[in-house]
Ligand binder design. Structure first.
Ligand code: PXG
Length: 457
């Protein structure tokens, strides 16, 4: 095995000294010591103490094909041997770039047939911001610049992506909220629905968009961006009334609609894209993560004809990255899409594993004092932890109830995420029934231990 000569303690010490971790309280992490992961197979990863852990988060919402997938590995090896790199800047292209775009046009919602490549979800969303503003200028409406996103939306960590997102601590860090970005409330019915039923609440939340557009003036608004289901915000699945109304409002005011598919894309919700699950017809669609199952960094933005033709008529497009459409990442993505198709993973998630997983979570929730709500679609789920189910009373943030539960999961050999007061799960799409059973049993045990700690059991 590569790099296996050091002990866990040695890795931890070097990590402390030299490696700055993203999204961490670094001092707290250093006190505790990093868990060093060095192997993966199927839905499991192993750490340097040889502990086997069920990865209920598919890495970071991305390893949809599972670990150790031969054909993805071989696609990378073969492409590295044939042509490790070439750019697409100077009237050149590579076959994997072209073939991947062709295959994407077959699986993305109809009308989205043109693709620009980048290397991460953040870069895809920066691309959206630059190209959408460019689009409106070319349309003769240079005033249309403002982007409207949502609270608890997550679109990445570059400056523009941070601004599109609605994560307050990220905005606060180094004044990262750029001018020209606005946010409306996210549609979490269980937390904020009050006396409205789910569908009424969905309409209410969508109409915040219209109010915001009227406040700003439609002549100043470029686009609305939203994840079909908000992932990093805690798997917030909107009421069925929400997206149709958002779409109607965007069309009515000639605002571009951007569906951020970085998490929802490539089968996660039981359809190829979250936009299929919610019947959204976006103008632009950023995607990443599941595009290559996380095996290589790659992202893309899909455009419809209107956006594409307008950009085409605009002379030189002064935008791009050295690694836009990296041939190795494109080859791996092609192999990944072929695998998803051949194995029928999207249909499996929709008809078998997704409903089985959901039924298991619903059963836990029905009998557990700590779980107020199950959210999500397909193999993407959020469990809302509550202090009092009947009164729908939440825990105060400082009690860190979900972090406690997450730590019990890890003691059980299961990785789940804690987001606010919710537990979040997003296992590889190849997960089988027995592995789902294991995930559910370990989750239930961790919930029991947490409930005992908080006096609920
Ligand atoms: N859009 C969405 C919807 C995402 O979930 C990004 C864009 C940015 O992608 P990159 O590749 O630039 O990271 C994401 C990323 C979490 C967590 O804690 C989620 C993400 C990234 C890091 C942490 O849930 N999602």
């Amino acid at each position: 095995m590569l790099y296996s000569a050091r002990s866990t303690a040695e890795w931890q010490e070097l990590d402390r000294r030299h490696h700055v971790h993203p999204f961490n309280d670094i001092r707290a992490l250093n006190r505790q010591g990093t868990r060093v992961i060095n192997r993966g197979e199927g839905v499991y990863v192993w750490d340097t103490d040889n502990r086997k852990i069920l990865d209920g988060m598919a890495g970071l919402w991305c390893v949809n094909a599972g670990y150790g997938c031969r054909e993805l590995i071989e696609a990378a090896q073969q492409q590295l041997g044939e042509l490790a790199y070439y750019n697409s800047f100077f009237q050149t292209a590579t076959p994997p770039q072209i073939e991947l775009a062709r295959q994407l046009s077959e699986i993305t919602p109809s009308g989205l047939d043109h693709f620009f490549y980048a290397n991460s979800g953040s870069e895809a969303n920066d691309t959206v911001v630059r190209l959408v503003r460019h689009f409106w200028k070319l349309q003769g409406k240079p005033g249309k610049k403002v982007f409207i996103g949502r609270t608890l939306g997550y679109h990445g960590s570059t400056l523009a992506a941070t601004s599109l997102g609605g994560m307050a601590p990220m905005h606060a860090m180094g004044d990262s909220l750029l001018p020209g970005f606005e946010h409306i409330p996210h549609p979490h019915w269980y937390a904020s629905g009050g006396d409205l039923d789910r569908d009424e609440f969905g309409l209410r939340c969508a109409r915040y968009l219209e109010e915001k557009i009227l406040e700003l003036g439609a002549e100043n608004v470029a686009a609305f961006i939203g994840e079909p289901i908000q992932g990093a915000g805690g798997v917030i699945d909107p009421p069925q009334t929400y997206w149709p109304e958002i779409q109607r409002i965007c069309r009515r005011h000639d605002i571009l609609l951007v569906a951020d598919e970085v998490i929802c894309g490539f089968g996660r919700t039981g359809h190829w894209f979250g936009s299929d699950t919610y019947d959204i017809q976006p103008d632009l669609m950023p995607m990443a993560k599941g595009l290559s199952s996380g095996y290589m960094p790659i992202s893309a933005v899909a455009f419809n004809d209107r956006v594409f033709e307008t950009l085409n008529g605009g002379g030189e497009l002064p935008h791009g990255y050295t690694y836009s459409g990296h041939p190795v990442a494109c080859s791996v993505s092609i192999a990944n899409i072929e695998l998803i198709r051949r194995e029928g993973l999207v249909e499996k998630v929709r008809e078998e594993s997704g409903p089985y997983f959901r039924a298991g979570l619903e059963e836990i929730a029905a009998n557990h004092p700590l779980v107020g709500e199950v959210r999500g679609a397909g193999l993407m789920a959020g469990l809302q932890l509550v202090r009092d189910k009947a009164a729908r009373e939440f825990f105060p943030a400082e009690e860190k109830v979900a972090v406690r539960c997450r730590d019990y999961c890890m003691e059980n050999g299961l990785i789940l995420r804690a987001v606010g007061n919710s537990m979040v799960a997003c296992p590889p799409l190849i997960i089988g029934r027995e592995e789902i059973d294991e995930l559910l049993a370990k989750t239930r045990d961790a919930l029991d231990k947490t409930a005992r700690d908080f006096g609920l059991l």
